[in-house]
Each structure stands twice: as C-alpha cells, then as structure tokens.
Design a binder for this molecule. Structure first.
Ligand SMILES: C[C@](O)(CO)[C@H](O)COP(=O)(O)OP(=O)(O)OC[C@H]1O[C@@H](n2ccc(N)nc2=O)[C@H](O)[C@@H]1O
Ligand SMILES: Nc1ncnc2c1ncn2[C@@H]1O[C@H](COP(=O)(O)OP(=O)(O)OP(=O)(O)O)[C@@H](O)[C@H]1O
Length: 288
C-alpha cells in the first residue's frame, strides 16, 4: 500500500490570450498549491483491474474518475499487466475550481510511478498527464508555477510570501467548459502576469496582493451573483486580496496577519457552507 498527498491549487492569476483552433483557450496562469489535500492510497493487484473506492457521492468510481484514467494511461503506455485499487479520501470540494480531480490523477501518476517501479522522469510524467486534463501537469509538479499553452506547459516560480489562504465555496457547481465558452475575448481585462512574477521574485506580499486577477471571474459572477457577495464579504471581514480560483465558484482570500484569520473564517462560516483556512504549500515542489 502506498500513500500520496493530492493538494488543491489556487490561481493567483488566470489570463486568456486567444481561442485556439482545437477549441481550447491559450492561457497564462500562475498557480500554487495549498494545504487542503485529498489522500490517495494505492494497492497494486495482480488481476490487471483498476478499481476506485471513494466515499464522496459526487465523485465517479468508474472510468470517468481522473485517477482511473491516470492508472489506465500508465498501463497502456508502459504495457503494465498489474492492476491497482485506488482509495480516494476526498477533502477538496468537488467541481470547485481547486483542481481536486486533476490532483487525484496527478497523485495516482506519481504513486504508480513508484509502486510499479516505472522510473518515469517528472517532465515525462507531466507531459503524459495532459491527456487527462489541462490542470494535471501542474498538479504533477505542485509548488508554484507559470502554466501556459492550454495549461500544460509548466515553468517553476519562486515560493509566494508566507500567508494564510481562506477558501470559501458557495453551494453551487460550475462547469469549466461553460465558463470558457461564455468568455468574451473582446472585453477582457488582462491581469499582469509579469507583475505577479516580479512580486514572487521579490517576495513582496503587497505586490502579490495587487497583482491577483482572473479573467473568468466576471463570467462566473454574472451567472452566479453569490460569488460577488462572497468576495464583498471577504473584503469586509479583512482579507488583503480576494479572487475567484479557476472557473470557480471557490473564492480565496489572502491574509498576512494570523490574528485576522478567525474573524474572517467565522464571519464567512455564518453564511457559506464550506470554508477552509489553510497555508500555501508553494515552496515545496512535489517532484524534482
Ligand atoms: C480553469 C482551470 O482550472 C484553471 O486552472 C483550467 O484552465 C481548466 O482545467 P481543467 O479543468 O483541467 O480543464 P479540461 O478538463 O482540460 O477542459 C475542460 C473544458 O474547459 C475548456 N478549456 C480548458 C482549458 C483551456 N485552456 N481552455 C479551455 O477552453 C474546454 O472547453 C474544455 O473542454
Ligand atoms: N477524482 C475525482 N475527484 C473529483 N471529481 C472527479 C474526480 N474524477 C472525476 N471527477 C469529475 O470531475 C468533475 C470536476 O471535479 P473537480 O473537483 O476536479 O473540479 P475542479 O476543481 O473545478 O477542477 P479544475 O479546477 O481542474 O477545473 C466532477 O464533477 C466529477 O464528476
């Protein structure tokens, strides 16, 4: 039995450059992992079958599960005759903009690389992983990175300055395809990716807070005004910077002073069902 941690990600920035011929959008995003993680347990079997065990009722336990797809990809590509029993202990909210499924897939790839002794290099594993979804390559590496292309080209960035992250997920589910589909390229306000990179390189917390931005945020907000209310509340309770992650609906707040965390956490708990106070994990790259 082998264990892998599968952390959630947040988007410090998310910019879209143009729509590509393959239907995907060319993006520029800065992502970092936070200490809210699923636990993935892998047990190798001799029957060649992939099985998924999960107690979370909105998570599929068949081929639709990204962890299943990760195991199947390795079996196919490397001619593996072994099977695996994958147990997913979910903590990351589902369909939240936090890459929960992508991180489970990435953890399965890392774990099976060890369990089946495949000796696949990190970069190879990451490039293979893009077949499962655009966010999986980032999740294979973890840490903090600039993601370009459709999200699968990863360049490592420095550790974000130390702070707390408050995550709040309203009780709605958002379809990523739907949000990208409704984005109007003519009217988007681009965040400064270069400004965020400078902030990270200088380890400047204030500059990092100023540089956060996500072009998908207005699209999701128009469909789900709860996201606007949540952002306003987080600002009111004292977060230093507030942004929606990915295609949403989770909103995160950055907070430097620990003393402010309980007030923000408790204030949000009053009207939002899922609230978490976590740390960034951004310094630790999972695979080197
Ligand atoms: C919103 C983010 O989570 C931000 O990190 C990602 O850009 C989306 O990553 P993901 O959930 O892994 O997305 P995928 O499963 O690859 O794609 C889901 C759908 O989102 C749209 N999509 C996704 C990524 C991208 N660069 N352009 C797109 O237009 C496509 O319609 C695609 O069919
Ligand atoms: N291991 C998994 N965990 C959660 N959802 C999964 C998993 N495998 C497949 N799914 C499916 O993927 C859908 C999206 O879930 P996920 O939690 O990955 O969304 P997300 O956080 O919005 O992802 P992203 O930020 O990458 O767009 C779910 O509705 C679910 O049906």
């Amino acid at each position: 039995m082998l264990y892998e941690k599968a952390p959630a990600k947040i988007n410090l920035t998310l910019d879209v450059l143009h729509k590509r011929e393959d239907g995907f959008h060319e993006v520029e995003m800065i992502m970092t992992t936070v200490d809210l993680a699923d636990r993935v347990w892998l047990r190798s079997t001799n029957d060649g079958l992939i099985t998924i065990k999960t107690s979370e009722r909105f998570v599929p336990s068949d081929r639709k599960n990204f962890a299943y797809q990760a195991a199947e990809l390795l079996q196919r590509k490397y001619g593996i005759k072994k099977g695996v029993e994958i147990t997913l202990e979910k903590s990351i909210p589902v369909a939240a903009g936090l890459a929960g499924g992508s991180s489970d897939a990435a953890a399965t790839l890392r774990g099976l690389n060890r369990l089946w002794n495949l000796r696949i290099e990190a970069d190879e594993l990451a490039s293979l992983s893009a077949q499962i979804g655009s966010d999986v390559a980032f999740c294979v590496h973890g840490g903090t990175a600039l993601a370009t292309g459709r999200g699968e080209i990863i360049e490592r960035l420095p550790i974000p300055p130390n702070c707390w992250v408050i995550l709040a997920k309203p009780a709605i589910s958002v379809s990523t395809a739907d949000i990208y589909g409704k984005l109007n390229l003519a009217t988007i306000q681009h965040p400064s990716t270069a400004g965020m990179i400078d902030a990270l390189e200088e380890s400047n917390y204030e500059a990092m807070c100023k540089a956060v931005g996500n072009v998908l945020e207005p699209v999701t907000m128009e469909l789900y005004p709860q996201v606007i209310t949540l952002k306003e509340q987080m600002v009111k309770f004292g977060a230093d910077a507030v942004l929606m992650s990915g295609s949403g609906p989770t909103v995160f707040g950055l907070v430097q002073h620990e003393s402010r965390v309980p007030r923000i956490y408790n204030g949000l708990k009053g009207f939002c069902p899922e609230v978490y106070a976590v740390r960034m994990m951004g310094g630790r790259h999972i695979l080197d």
